[in-house]
Design a binder for this molecule. Sequence first.
Ligand SMILES: Nc1ncnc2c1ncn2[C@@H]1O[C@H](COP(=O)(O)OP(=O)(O)OP(=O)(O)O)[C@@H](O)[C@H]1O
Length: 312
Amino acid sequence: MKEAVIETQGLTKRYGRVVAVDNLNLRVHAGEVYGLLGPNGSGKTTTILMLLGLTEPTRGTVRVLGLDPAREPLEVKRRVGYLPDSVGFYVELTARENLMYTAKLNGIPRAEAQQRIEEVLERMGLAAVADRPVAAFSRGMRQRLGLADVLLKRPQIAILDEPTLGLDPEAAHQFLDLIASLKHEGITVLLSSHLLHQVQAICDRVGLFHQGRLVLEGTVPELAQRVLGGAWRIHLHAEGPNLEPHLAQLPGVVRVQRASNGVYTLEAEHDLRPEAAERVVQAGGRLLELSIEEPSLDEVYTRYFQEVRHEA
Ligand SMILES: Nc1ncnc2c1ncn2[C@@H]1O[C@H](COP(=O)(O)OP(=O)(O)OP(=O)(O)O)[C@@H](O)[C@H]1O
C-alpha cells in the first residue's frame, strides 16, 4: 500500500446539532495532488482545519506525517504549509518584509531566511515587486505571495483552500502551473476548490464531499466510471455499411449513436479506440477519423448531485 502522509479515521466534527464532518476516512498519499470538492458547507474547510490542529475533532483520529495535529500543532505547522482562502498579510509592509516576518516566526536563521526569500520571490515571479507594500498588490500577486510564504519553510505538505478563487483566467492558469510544480519537488498537495476543470487539470485523485461525508473518491476516470457508466466518449467517422451493430458488440461499449453525417459516438468503459478501428475494417467500413473525449469532472459532479436531488 502507498505511504499515507495524511490519514484520518472516523473523523467527525460537530458544531452543536450540525455535523460538519461525518466519519471521514481519508488517505492522501505521499507526493500526490489531492482535490477536495463539494458544495458550500459540505465540510472541506472544517476537514482542513482539523488536519492543521486549528480545530479539535469531536471524534476520530487524524495523523499528518505521523503526528497528531491536536497534540503537536507546532510540529505539524513546521512541516505543513497552509494557504487559507483569504491570506492575511501586513499590507503596509512590503512582500519581502512579510516573508521575513514569517521566517522569523518559523525560527529560520536570518542569513538562511534571506536566501530562501530570494528563491521563493523569484520562483513566484515577485522579485521585481518585492519591495512594494502589499497594499498595492492585486489578488493574483497576493496569492503568489501566499504560496511564497508557504514554500519558505520548505514544507512536506501544502494545504491550499480555494487557491484560485477570485483570480482572472490567466492568473489562475499561472497559479495552477505553480501548484503542479510543487508535485515535482515531492511536496504533497491537498487543495479544495469549486473550479472543476482546474481540479481535473492538476489533481491525481479527488474526493467529493456531501453533507460532511466523503461520498466518492478516486481518479476522474474512476469517478466517471462509477457515476456515468460509459465515461469515455469516442467519436468515429467512417464510410461504408451501418456499423452501429458491430460497434455495439465490442466489449466495454455502453452505447452507440450514429449521426446522419456518418459520425458514430461510442460511450465506453475505457479507451477502446484500437478495437473500434479494427472492427470498422472487419465490417467492411473505411475509417476516416477517430478521436476520444476524456470524461469530465464537471459532468460527474453535475450528474452526481442531480441524482442526489432526484433521490431526495
Ligand atoms: N465555527 C463554526 N460554527 C458553527 N458551524 C460551523 C462552523 N464552521 C463551519 N460550520 C458549519 O459546518 C458545515 C461545514 O462547513 P465548512 O466550512 O467546512 O464547509 P466547506 O465545504 O468548506 O464550504 P465552502 O465551500 O463554502 O467553503 C456548514 O454547515 C457550516 O455552516
